[in-house]
Design a protein around this ligand. Structure first.
Ligand code: DUC
Ligand code: ZN
Ligand code: ZN
Length: 472
């Protein structure tokens, strides 16, 4: 009888701090030994000296999030987590969105129903708090934090979701009292509205005007305000999808002043620019409409610098899947609509890891350890899943990626999401996951998806461990 269920031989194991050569033994879905010349496993994989990293934790993705008809997200928990697995991500944290007037419990019950029996990899939920009533603030949120929903997103824009400053302070105060992590979408709603109206009045409605309606300054102002609000409450925050220099400057300032301000960025701010929204009035640009919008090459470099020097804590996809053709996605009802009505978001749950390994690690911009920190270890810590997730260590779940370093040209046909395009079509990449293991099971073998619908389990999150726990 073999000692282990699985042994991965000759791995070049990468953690957030180290690289070392070892065999990895797995039993009952967990890593049970790391060492040289380990006993046999029922199954053996020869990594042949290839890098082996923890599976990705995608801490910002949208799956099956309800939309006003006719718009519908292209990926549900089946196709979205299949796509994640094939791209090396083994844990996802999508959002359970509270509609105004809805209880948080109702929102969560709805998302459990959407995920259960469908997910191929493990998942947790962030809450989106859009209606912070006294009952939500005093009863629901504290109870849900205790039950394992320990993070929530606050929007400063989008009419149906945004909170005013007083409401943000109220929600941050709950985060402080109960130790939860508040994520903030920082864009100034009134500035966007004012600019959008002027653009529309001038007949400027093509997709490319989306970027003009949300210039860097609206993100800078909201980032500054979010930092000030968190300073007032004295609570850590995590600013999501940071797009460029002016927001980065605000975050650097906050950190230099000793504030616990964490930041996330996403592939679109490294690899896309406002030009991808169109240099003329073509509707193709709708494929890259997301918020905040992609900026320019100079800002891309600032984001790279922030990844390398520790300004950014987390690298997520912000996968928000809308098909380009058809009537439910970027062309609602089959129509080419004005920039204001184009569903915001791009697909990227499958490409996140390979883009950063190729252009980050292989291109020499970041170390393999930094890659692991950004894509796996830190998101697991930020949202209370570490060390079970985000860790290549004895006792951790055997969520692993064996990397293939090879050159190829990316095309949407290779991907497993349910979206009819990728914004990264034609990009030359130098790496892709050769094998993905989720709790010791091969879910992607380099050619085919081999996971099982419903094998993904819901994860109750603990408290964030990015910073020491406040006492008293
Ligand atoms: N912006 C968001 O805030 N969420 C989903 C996608 C997007 O573009
Ligand atoms: Zn957002
Ligand atoms: Zn998002």
């Amino acid at each position: 009888m073999p000692a282990f269920d699985l042994v991965i031989r000759n791995a070049r194991a990468v953690t957030a701090s180290d690289i070392f050569d070892c065999d990895i033994a797995v039993k009952d879905g967990r890593i049970v030994q790391l060492g040289q010349g380990l006993d046999g496993g029922a199954r053996e994989i020869d990594a042949a000296g290839r890098h082996v990293t923890p599976g990705g934790v995608d801490a910002h993705c949208h799956l099956d999030q309800p939309e006003p008809p006719p718009v519908r997200m292209a990926d549900d928990f089946d196709t979205g987590t299949r796509s994640a697995a094939c791209g090396g991500t083994t844990t996802v944290i999508p959002f359970a969105l509270q509609h105004k007037g809805q209880t948080l419990r109702a929102a969560i019950a709805d998302y459990h129903q959407r995920a259960e029996g469908k997910a191929h990899v493990d998942y947790a939920f962030h809450l989106i708090v859009s209606d912070p009533t006294p009952a939500v603030l005093e009863e629901e949120l504290p109870a849900l934090i205790r039950e394992g929903y320990t993070s929530f997103k606050i929007y400063m824009t989008y009419d149906s979701l945004k909170l005013d400053d007083g409401q943000i302070l109220d929600v941050l105060a709950v985060a402080r009292e109960h130790g939860a992590m508040a994520m903030i979408h920082a864009e100034n709603a009134d500035c966007i509205e004012w600019l959008s109206k002027r653009l529309e009045a001038a007949g400027r409605t093509a997709p490319r005007w989306h970027a003009h309606a949300r210039p860097m300054l609206v993100e800078r102002e909201a980032t500054h305000r979010a930092i000030a609000l968190s300073e007032l409450v004295d609570v850590p925050i995590l600013i999501v999808h940071v797009s460029g220099a002016e927001a980065v400057e605000q975050i650097r300032w906050a950190r230099a002043h000793g504030l616990n301000v964490f930041a996330e960025t996403c592939p679109q701010y490294l690899f896309l620019s406002a030009e991808d929204l169109g240099i003329d009035d073509s509707y193709e640009g709708a494929k890259c409409v997301c918020s905040p919008p992609p900026r320019d090459k100079r800002n891309q470099q600032v984001i790279w610098n922030g990844l390398a020097d520790g300004l950014f804590t987390v690298f997520s996809s912000d996968h928000a899947p809308y098909s380009f053709d058809g009537s439910e996605g970027k062309k609602p009802g089959g129509e080419e609509v004005g920039f204001r009505h184009i569903p915001n978001g791009i697909p990227g749950i499958e490409t996140r890891m390979a883009l950063l390994w190729s252009e980050g690690v292989m291109a020499g911009r970041i170390t393999p350890q930094k890659f692991v920190e950004l894509t796996s270890t830190n998101p697991a810590k930020a949202y209370g899943l570490h060390p079970r997730k985000g860790s290549l260590a004895v006792g951790a779940d055997a969520d692993l990626v064996v990397w293939d370093e090879r050159e190829f040209v990316l095309s949407n046909g290779q991907l497993h999401h349910n979206v009819d395009y990728t914004p990264y079509e034609g990009m030359h990449l130098t790496a892709w996951p050769g094998i993905t293991l989720a709790r010791g099971e091969v879910v992607w073998d380099g050619r085919d998806f081999t996971g099982q619908r419903g094998a993904g389990r819901f994860l109750h999150c603990g408290m964030p461990t990015l910073m020491p726990r406040r006492r008293g």
